[in-house]
Design a protein around this ligand. Structure first.
Ligand code: ZN
Length: 317
């Protein structure tokens, strides 16, 4: 089978390797789609240490093609979203049956279980309540996912901020009650005027940037919640903690490492996707065959107008 091996800076090479053998509690999944994750961009840009290879890919969906002797509840031909830590940019992955979630008949490129699980867990952690006023900063792929799930919770207002016109158009199409172009308007003023000066019950930070983090402190009400969904890397972040402390914010780290939590989020997400309650329509904007995996990463890096999410695909047939 083919697998993409990262062998240098911005350089995957397609290699031929044996199809993985499965243990009794595992299934073999023929990969149909693997999402290109923003967290993989830096590894791709930097490349592995000289002489080494890295095998990325953890947003896999596909079709079960073999089942181990101890596996119950999954059969050959089942379409699943799966959780793997790596080696997903390949024609097959061996994965524990417990890490596979049926997705029904829907398109497999909507069944990116891992990012959907992160978004579902973020919304669960923030405990979005009926009638809440919610601010969401950053209308990229993760922000869009969180927005769609918050929308299922019956909030009063869902105010989405971004600096890109195409992202704001998308957020509006997904049901934002107000979109704010932060290059033209003050987000905190808009939120203040829409909440009678009170601030939002919850602010979701979905950019992974210093600026958005600080902005959450100006959009959230006293004793409200700030959920950090963005992937924060690079230099240490600074927040005006005296103000945050005084405002009695609950600061929620919406990054999940506990396997049981991740699996629960996947289960929730795949139930919603397979039943059509959560639509990923409009989120997968760029598709590349495995031979063009470097183009997929390049596209994520450049983020052309209208870009939301790139995936690497294999023919499903
Ligand atoms: Zn990911």
């Amino acid at each position: 089978m083919r697998i993409a091996a990262l062998r240098g800076r911005e350089s995957f090479e397609i290699e031929e390797v044996d199809i993985p053998t499965i243990r009794p509690d595992e299934v073999l999944v023929r990969v149909v789609v693997n999402g290109v994750c923003a967290s993989e961009l830096e590894p791709w840009l930097l490349g592995p240490p000289a002489g080494e290879a890295r095998y990325l890919g953890h947003e896999v969906s596909g079709v079960v093609s073999d089942v181990g002797a101890d596996v119950v509840g999954l059969t050959v031909g089942d379409r699943v979203g799966v959780w793997v830590l790596d080696r997903g940019f390949a024609e097959y992955v061996a994965v524990r049956a417990a890490y596979c979630f049926p997705v029904g008949d829907g398109p497999l490129d909507e069944a990116l279980a891992e990012p959907i699980a992160c978004a579902a867990n973020a919304v669960e952690l923030a405990d979005v309540r009926l009638g809440d006023d919610v601010v969401l900063i950053g209308a990229g792929f993760m922000g869009n996912l969180v927005q769609k799930l918050v929308g299922l919770r019956g909030v009063r207002q869902l105010i989405v901020a971004d600096a890109r016109a195409d992202a704001l158009d998308r957020a509006a199409a997904f049901g934002a009650t107000r979109v704010v172009d932060v290059t033209r308007e003050s987000l905190s003023e808009v939120v203040g005027s829409l909440t009678e000066g009170r601030g939002a019950d919850i602010s979701f930070e979905c950019t992974g940037t210093q600026g958005a983090l600080v902005a959450c402190g100006d959009t959230t009400r006293m004793s409200g919640k700030i959920a950090v969904v963005g992937f924060h890397q690079g230099p240490p972040r600074e927040v005006p903690l005296a103000h945050w402390n005084w405002m009695a914010f609950s600061i929620l780290n919406a990054h999940f490492r506990e396997v049981s939590t991740i699996l629960r989020g996947m289960s929730i997400g795949m139930r919603l996707v397979s039943s059509g309650v959560l639509s990923m329509d409009g989120l997968i904007t760029h598709r590349f065959p495995i031979e063009r995996i470097n183009d997929a990463f390049r596209t994520l890096h450049r983020k052309p107008e209208g870009f939301v999410k790139a995936v690497v695909t294999f023919p499903e047939g």
